[in-house]
Design a protein around this ligand. Structure first.
Ligand SMILES: NC(=O)c1ccc[n+]([C@@H]2O[C@H](COP(=O)([O-])OP(=O)(O)OC[C@H]3O[C@@H](n4cnc5c(N)ncnc54)[C@H](O)[C@@H]3O)[C@@H](O)[C@H]2O)c1
Length: 348
């Protein structure tokens, strides 16, 4: 590998440009190629970063000056290009969800493991300061016995949003609706903070959008550590609010609203608590009713920089394939519970 880590992007729709922007802001990273079946879109992004454009990603993958491939295609197509990239010896950064079935996730994980390649799944929420501070407090035992965790994702996506891409809101390519596409960020953050889920009971429904997948869901779950949890996720409520994560223990409670610490209360106070209570106070960005309008590439930068470090020091990326698979497993459990009208136990 050259001193510089060289990246290529597959898929230049909504999220691909955020990857390009993030790569361009990292010292030691360079975008060398981008591919999209719509060649004009690939060219537009490539020109902006002095990279080469391809309509056929397989052709692009033949290049031996690409170290990492960022996969930004519709969710149900991730495995297809991921396997090809792994075959060509490229490390992988894959947008959430890793893919839409556990079988496909496992094939990507296995392919990377067999070829000794790094695999990172994009979950930028984990790297937000509010989530990081909460994780630290959990690890320090400040919550005492974890009692209850909750993720409330009351978001808004219009019918036009679903109609804007043939893949959106379909089982075949989105793999689900409000949960698999939007609430997955919060579901992953809950797992990251509170640990493995052991069983799930859920209801899902399609209430306000003309789509085949759910636009609304509620799920109750038990965690392996004994705590109980709840996820509510919708894309059909006006005007849409930032997701709220609540973590409660017998010695403390934290509520994170979007990127803001709304509550930070512990039986035993610590120096630094007052500063933590100000986290996110001035933040105005939100994706509650628009997937990208106010999004920044900061979280992506964090994960791309982490991938570079993982390659250089030969360690696992912070969100590796196994970690990225967890949220998919929980969501598949929720869909299974609705379908079979019973409690689903994990692992599936
Ligand atoms: N991390 C985040 O916050 C975030 C935000 C938005 C989307 N995403 C994820 O990113 C992925 C893409 O979402 P999007 O909103 O950018 O979708 P999009 O439809 O806007 O873009 C997808 C692009 O992939 C291209 N494409 C499709 N098949 C291809 C192929 N075989 N080869 C090359 N290009 C191909 C399409 O032409 C399109 O330009 C999804 O998995 C989604 O869940 C993540």
């Amino acid at each position: 590998m050259a001193n510089e880590v060289r990246f290529a992007i597959i898929g230049t729709g909504n999220i691909g440009p955020f990857h390009a922007d993030a790569i361009s802001k990292i010292n030691g990273a360079k975008l060398v190629a981008v591919a999209d079946i719509i060649e004009e879109k690939a060219k537009q992004l490539a020109d902006k970063y002095n990279a080469e454009a391809y309509a056929d990603y397989e052709k692009m993958l033949e290049r031996d000056d690409i170290d990492v491939v960022n996969i930004c295609t519709p969710s149900g197509l991730h495995m297809e290009s991921a396997l090809k990239a792994a075959e060509n010896g490229k490390h992988l950064i894959v947008e959430k969800p890793l893919d839409i079935t556990l079988e496909k996730c496992d094939r990507i994980i296995d392919a990377c493991m067999e070829s000794n390649l790094k695999l990172c799944v994009i979950f930028p929420k984990r790297f937000k300061l509010a989530v990081q501070k909460t994780k630290e407090a959990i690890e320090q035992g400040r919550f005492g016995k974890l009692v209850f965790v909750n993720g409330a994702c009351n978001e808004f996506r219009s019918q036009e949003y679903y109609d804007s891409g043939k893949w959106r809101g379909t089982w075949a390519l989105d793999g689900g609706g409000a949960l698999m596409n939007q609430s997955i960020h919060t579901i992953d953050a809950l797992y990251y903070l509170a640990g493995d889920v052991s069983s799930i009971y859920a209801y899902t429904a399609t209430l306000a959008r003309n789509i085949e997948v759910e636009d609304t869901a509620v799920a109750a779950f038990k965690l392996k550590n004994g705590a109980l949890g709840m996820i509510t996720g919708t894309t059909s409520v006006y005007p849409g609010y930032d997701p709220v994560i609540s973590i409660h223990g017998d010695k403390g409670s934290v509520v994170i609203n979007g990127e803001k610490i709304e509550k930070w209360d512990f039986e035993i106070q610590k120096e630094g608590d007052s500063a933590i209570r100000n986290i996110g106070k001035d933040n105005t960005s939100s994706s509650a009713n628009d997937p990208i309008k106010q999004m920044s590439s900061e979280g992506h930068m964090h994960q791309i920089a982490d991938m570079i470090e993982a390659i250089r020091t030969d360690r696992q990326p912070m969100v590796n394939g196994e970690e990225g698979r967890k949220a998919v497993e929980i969501i598949i459990g929720i869909y299974g519970s609705q379908k079979e009208k019973k409690e689903i136990t994990l692992p599936i």
